[in-house]
Write a protein that binds this ligand. Structure first.
Ligand SMILES: CC(C)(COP(=O)(O)OP(=O)(O)OC[C@H]1O[C@@H](n2cnc3c(N)ncnc32)[C@H](O)[C@@H]1OP(=O)(O)O)[C@@H](O)C(=O)NCCC(=O)NCCS
Length: 332
């Protein structure tokens, strides 16, 4: 069992850009149908940025709301961990851009790349500092502008992804029974070839050739990714419950990564919980990569489905492969 340093989430906020990309819009772009997209993924719409809006901009919108809502001054933030696979630039880190724009002059920060598990990993990192008491207020952000790396001529990927940002405030917990109770993260790098963006890094720096070959777009071999996600999300979710002496009946809410409605339903079945305990918003946002779980928390709070003391499970699989899960007692 992962030994947990007591840390808790004390605020959640999110942002999605106003522009919608519907299944009907996509029907006009590639050879697909609304029926196929709904039945194979569960997705109806996604939010997409306008040109010139990047991951830092969406993140700043989410963080501004978070600071206002939690009555936190920017100078009180001591650490910013930003999970993203779509940073504004290769460097500096998006966390630095956010730090500057929100005026968090006492914070350090960095980006973390773990695909769709990015938010769970970033939360795991952030809680080490909040829980140790060295950092009293930590910002953990999950934010991705997937539309910047999607080939809108590739029907296998363009139907899935959307843009969005979510942010949470992490603070030291008062005791070990509130906030994060346990987590499990792991990596299976043999899955790297199945989901990636081949060019733009040091292996294939940007060139005319990489652009001509469309190597700056997401490549995904959907079926094996799907199978891995179903298996590992269900296994990790069940394992976290079991080793802490809980069953699905104890859960207040499961907030799974929103990659495909069929994956989410498989996790639900494994846990044996009814719809009231599953947060599902993939219909609206599609897969926003690192943003799905904080956006799920945001929606759950807005719907009155997250209350102090609730047992909450978050779980994700992403490019890498990365897997992450966390069990917590909602603290506010
Ligand atoms: C991508 C995904 C939705 C595809 O669904 P699928 O049921 O696995 O579909 P397949 O890839 O097996 O393709 C089945 C058929 O549909 C076709 N197809 C693929 N995308 C299509 C689309 N948008 N519209 C219509 N047909 C499509 C394929 O070409 C294939 O046709 P064929 O049988 O003639 O070859 C699914 O594999 C998935 O969700 N994978 C995991 C995604 C994920 O979680 N990614 C992020 C990591 S967290």
């Amino acid at each position: 069992m992962a030994r947990c340093i007591p840390a808790k989430i004390t605020g959640v906020a999110g942002y999605v850009p106003p522009r919608l990309l519907t299944n009907q819009d996509i029907e006009k772009m590639v050879d697909t149908t609304d029926e196929w997209i709904r039945s194979r993924t569960g997705i109806l719409t996604r939010h997409i940025v306008d040109k010139g809006t990047a991951t830092s901009h969406m993140s700043v919108e989410a963080v501004k709301k978070l600071l206002a809502q939690t009555h936190t001054r920017p100078e009180e933030i001591e650490l910013i961990v930003t999970a993203t696979v779509t940073p504004d630039m290769m460097f500096p880190a998006t966390a630095c851009l956010i730090q500057d724009r929100i005026g968090a002059k006492n914070a350090w920060g960095f980006d973390l790349s773990a695909g769709c598990s990015g938010f769970v990993y970033a939360l795991t990192v952030g809680m080490q500092f909040a829980g140790a008491g060295t950092h009293k207020k930590v910002l953990v952000i999950g934010s991705d502008t997937m539309s910047s790396i999607i080939n809108y001529e590739d029907r296998a990927t363009c139907v899935i992804f959307g843009d969005g940002a979510g942010a949470v405030l992490l603070e030291p917990a008062q005791n070990e029974s509130e906030g994060v109770l346990d987590f499990h993260n792991d990596v299976d790098g043999s899955g790297g070839a199945l989901l990636n963006m081949p060019a733009g890094g040091s292996l294939h720096p940007a060139s005319h050739e990489t652009v001509d070959k469309k190597m700056h777009y997401v490549f995904q071999d959907g079926q094996p990714v799907f199978k891995y996600a179903v298996r590992r999300m269900a296994e990790v979710a069940a394992m976290l419950l079991e080793r802490n002496g809980f069953t699905g009946r104890d859960l207040g809410l499961v907030i799974p990564h929103q990659a495909n409605l069929r994956i989410i339903r498989a996790v639900q079945e494994r846990l044996g919980v009814d719809d009231s305990k599953m947060l599902i918003n993939i219909q609206q946002y599609g897969n926003t990569t690192a943003a799905t779980i904080p956006l799920g928390m945001m929606d759950a709070l807005a719907q009155g489905r997250l209350k102090k003391g609730d047992l909450v499970l978050i779980v994700s699989v992403g490019a890498g492969f990365t897997t992450g899960g966390m069990l917590m007692r909602w603290a506010y």
